[in-house]
Design a protein around this ligand. Structure first.
Ligand code: ADP
Length: 430
């Protein structure tokens, strides 16, 4: 084809040249004849360009290109084929887009596409039901102006979207939503919103159940412990077997009391709002008092050394911090053999404030570390009864830290000891 038009072009130019030469031969004016011939060729070329431009301007893809031959015929045909191919591809793309939009429209979950400035670009009908978005007036508006829950704004602007956010729907307080945000393409956002009302209700029922059972069990347990203590006070009147049985019953009742207290504390941590505008807590004094309790628990069998920045205070709720820190220190005592060294450090750096509790105890195998903060998770359940643990200590630590925007890191080597480090952001320090 390429060869064809090149040959035709050369033939046509040779013919033109021959014609000009012939006219020159007849008239004797070679230069004029040549100028006339080339001028004619130029005029014809300009006419083809004009026809091409008019055809392109019409912008009617089904209109065939103007008839022409030679190189111009080739150009018209190639352009026409390109245009047809483009129309075909566009059709295919549109049908894919239609199918994607059709399937996302049928989704029960809301799918929302935002541009890199978090303005709404596209959303499916479920987003209108769950978040109350309105087409077309909300298009182009910032999502944080439309979903005005403070936790959403904070979550969105934090840029940390690894974990989903749960919050009540702006449409109705009875509707609970779980929001997941993913960045894609040129830093655009894809937001997926699920209705988790049923899950939330079940979770609420679980929390209420645990809190109610723990609360209801407290009174009978107090009565039982009271009687056990009275009976133990008069143990000289009983046989040694009975005394031993009573002592064991008292021990187990004590354990149960601790368990109920821990369950109630966890329920309270889950049910109340985190301490946002809390007062500064004198952590140094708090640690000193926890250390005395830990020494009492250890019966002075362990050495607890201290390296504390006394000027460093933490904004938070003192009672919660006391529970978390004492759980860590008491664990260090419980899981270190007599004579063990425990090292407590409270310091600040450019990231914030940190508390490290290091022990030279039995240590933990690395496979257990990710699950340690789960409720009732124990490395060795037979060990638990001997230490009197409830299995809730680290779950409480995790909850308290979460409520203070803190983080727990655990490093441990079996047989050598462990380091539990709590880290708090700079915004919490004083
Ligand atoms: P518990 O009441 O059983 O101590 P925790 O939630 O406080 O429950 O701890 C969970 C488990 O983690 C414990 O059963 C224990 O096996 C392990 N553990 C916690 N702290 C330490 C530590 N300092 N050294 C070794 N093991 C520990």
């Amino acid at each position: 084809m390429n060869q064809d038009w090149q040959g035709a072009l050369v033939r046509r130019l040779l013919l033109l040249l021959a014609g000009c030469l012939l006219i020159g031969l007849i008239t004797g004016e070679y230069a004029w004849a040549l100028a006339l011939g080339l001028g004619g060729y130029l005029a014809w070329t300009i006419r083809q360009i004009r026809r091409l431009q008019q055809w392109l301007k019409r912008d009617q893809p089904d209109d065939p290109p103007p008839d022409s031959h030679g190189i111009w015929g080739e150009i018209f045909d190639s352009l026409y084929q390109l245009q047809r191919r483009d129309i075909h591809l566009r059709g295919q793309l549109q049908s894919v887009i239609d199918r994607v939009q059709g399937s996302t429209a049928a989704l029960k979950d809301a799918v929302i596409m935002l541009d890199s400035d978090a303005n709404l670009e596209w959303w499916n009908p479920a987003a209108e039901r769950l978040l109350g978005l309105k087409k077309p007036q909300d298009s182009g508006h910032a999502i944080t102006n439309l979903v005005r829950h403070p936790s959403f704004k904070e979550y969105f602007e934090s840029g940390r979207h690894d974990d989903p956010l749960e919050l009540p729907s702006p449409v109705s307080d009875r509707l609970w939503l779980q929001i997941t945000i993913t960045r894609y393409g040129n830093s655009e956002y894809l937001m997926v919103v699920r209705d988790i009302t049923r899950l939330h209700q079940l979770e609420q029922m679980r929390k209420d159940f645990v809190a109610n059972v723990s609360h209801e069990l407290r009174t009978p347990l107090t009565v039982i412990t009271g009687y056990l203590e009275t009976m133990l006070e008069h143990s000289e009147e009983q046989s040694p077997q009975w005394t031993r049985a009573l002592q064991q019953m008292n021990q187990q009742a004590d354990r149960m009391q601790h368990l109920l207290n821990d369950l109630l504390l966890l329920a309270k941590l889950e049910a109340t709002d985190p301490p946002t505008s809390a007062k500064p807590v004198n952590v140094s004094a708090l640690l000193e008092s926890i250390r005395s309790d830990a020494l009492a628990l250890s019966a002075d069998q362990h050495s607890i050394s201290f390296d504390v920045d006394a000027s460093l205070q933490l904004r938070g709720r003192e009672s919660e911090l006391r529970s978390a820190f004492s759980n860590l220190l008491f664990n260090a005592v419980k899981y270190s053999p007599p004579g063990g060294q425990i090292y407590l450090r409270w310091w600040r750096d450019e990231y914030g404030a940190h508390l490290a509790v290091q022990d030279s105890g039995i240590g933990i195998e690395s496979k257990h570390l990710p699950r340690l903060t789960e409720r009732f998770y124990r490395v060795d359940s037979s060990r638990a009864s001997s230490t009197g643990g409830t299995g809730l200590g680290l779950a409480i630590v995790k909850h308290v830290l979460l409520r203070h925007q803190g983080r727990l890191d655990i490093q441990s080597t079996l047989g050598k000891g462990s380091v539990f480090t709590c880290s708090f952001p700079r915004s919490r320090t004083e």
